[in-house]
Write a protein that binds this ligand. Structure first.
Ligand code: 5GP
Length: 315
C-alpha cells in the first residue's frame, strides 16, 4: 500500500528506479517522475532501464539521464519497479538480492516484491506516482507534471480507453496546473514518428485480415530489416486495426529475429484481452495486452485467434 511504500522510502537514501523492457510512455514517464520526486525528498535516485528510451520519449525532462544496462551495479538500498509485474520483465540482472518495491496498476500484476502497491483501478502507474508525490508533500515541478501527463496521456490512449473517468481528467487538470503543456506533450508523442514506423504501417495494412469482430495483421522480421525499423516503431500499429468500426478485438503480430512473435492485443471492451495474453505467458489490461507466441506465423495466428474467437463467455 501507499503508506508502506512511503515508509520504506523514508528509511533509505539510495534508490534505483526501473520498469519493464521495451518501455512505453507510462513506464518511462512514471519512472522519470518518481525519480524526481525522490530527489525532491532529498534521496539519491537513478533510472536504469534495459532498453533505450524510445525516440518519442527522449524529449521528456531528464530522459537523457536514464542509464541503459543489462545488470545493476552499485550500492542501491532499494529498487522501485514501476509498471512491471515481475523482476523478469525488467530484463535486468542484479535485482534479485535487493530490497524491492513494486508500484503497478496492471490487472495481471502479482505481488513479487518485498512491498507491493498494486492498484488496478488506477488508469496509469502515473496516477499512483502522483498520489505518492502528494502524500510525500513533494512540490510538483513542471518537469514532474510533464512526465506524469505524458504517461497518463499515452497509457489512456489519449484519454480514450475504458477506465478513463472524471478522476482521470481531474488528475490531468492538476498536472496542467502544475506546468504540463498538453499540446506540447501531444506533439512530442504523436507527431514525432520515424519514417520506418510509417513504412511498417504500410506493410501491416497490406497484410490486414478481418473475420467478423476480429481483425489482425503482422510484420515479418524481413519487413523490420527492410525499413531499418526498431521494436518501438511497432508501438501503436495495432490501434489502426482496432479502428475499423465492426472490429471489437485486434491483434498485431511482430516476428522476432528468432522466429517467435510478439503479439499486441487490443479490445474495445467486450473481451478481456489480458486474460487471453495470460494464457500465453503475457499480461496487461482488459483492453490492451501483449504476449509472446511461438512461430511460424500460421500457427501463431491460429492459436491466438482460437482464443479470441471463443469470446467473452470463456474468460
Ligand atoms: P503492447 O501491446 O503495447 O506491447 O502492450 C500492451 C500492454 O500489455 C502494456 O500495458 C504492456 O505492459 C502489457 N504487456 C505487453 N506484453 C506483456 C508481457 O509479455 N507480459 C505482461 N505481463 N504484460 C505485457
Amino acid at each position: 500500500m501507499l503508506q508502506d511504500v512511503l515508509r520504506q522510502i523514508e528509511r533509505r537514501d539510495r534508490f534505483l528506479l526501473t520498469s519493464h523492457a521495451r518501455p512505453d510512455g507510462d513506464a518511462i514517464g512514471s519512472a522519470l517522475a518518481c525519480c524526481q520526486v525522490l530527489r525532491a525528498m532529498g534521496k539519491q535516485a537513478d533510472v536504469v532501464l534495459h532498453d533505450a528510451v524510445p525516440r518519442v520519449y527522449r524529449s521528456l525532462p531528464f530522459a537523457d539521464q536514464v542509464v541503459q544496462a543489462d545488470r545493476i551495479k552499485g550500492g542501491y538500498e532499494a529498487a522501485i519497479i514501476l509498471e512491471c509485474d515481475s523482476v523478469h520483465r525488467t530484463r535486468l540482472e542484479g535485482l534479485e538480492d535487493r530490497f524491492l518495491i513494486s508500484i503497478d496498476h496492471h490487472i495481471s500484476g502479482r505481488p513479487f516484491a518485498h512491498v507491493n502497491w498494486i492498484d488496478p483501478h488506477a488508469v496509469a502507474t502515473a496516477e499512483m506516482v502522483f498520489r505518492l508525490a502528494r502524500e510525500a508533500g513533494a512540490r510538483f515541478s513542471p518537469e514532474i507534471a510533464t512526465c506524469l501527463y505524458t504517461a497518463l496521456m499515452t497509457d489512456t490512449g489519449s484519454f480514450m480507453f475504458q477506465g478513463v473517468n472524471q478522476h482521470t481528467f481531474a488528475l490531468a487538470q492538476e498536472l496542467v496546473l502544475a506546468g504540463a503543456d498538453p499540446a506540447h506533450c501531444a506533439r512530442s508523442i504523436y507527431f514525432a514518428h520515424s519514417e520506418a514506423k510509417l513504412r511498417l504501417l504500410g506493410e501491416a495494412l497490406r497484410n490486414l485480415k478481418t473475420e467478423g469482430h476480429l481483425a489482425w495483421t503482422w510484420v515479418s522480421h524481413e519487413h523490420m530489416q527492410r525499413w531499418a525499423a526498431k521494436d518501438e516503431d511497432c508501438e501503436g500499429l495495432v490501434n489502426y486495426v482496432l479502428s475499423i468500426g465492426e472490429v471489437e478485438v485486434a491483434a498485431f503480430f511482430r516476428e522476432l529475429p528468432d522466429g517467435r512473435f510478439r503479439v499486441s492485443l487490443r479490445s474495445k471492451g467486450k473481451l478481456d484481452v489480458a486474460r487471453v495474453a495470460e494464457r500465453f505467458g503475457g499480461g496487461g489490461h482488459e483492453c490492451a495486452s501483449g504476449c509472446p507466441v511461438d512461430g511460424p506465423l500460421a500457427s501463431a495466428v491460429r492459436e491466438v485467434l482460437q482464443r479470441l474467437r471463443r469470446g467473452p463467455s470463456v474468460q
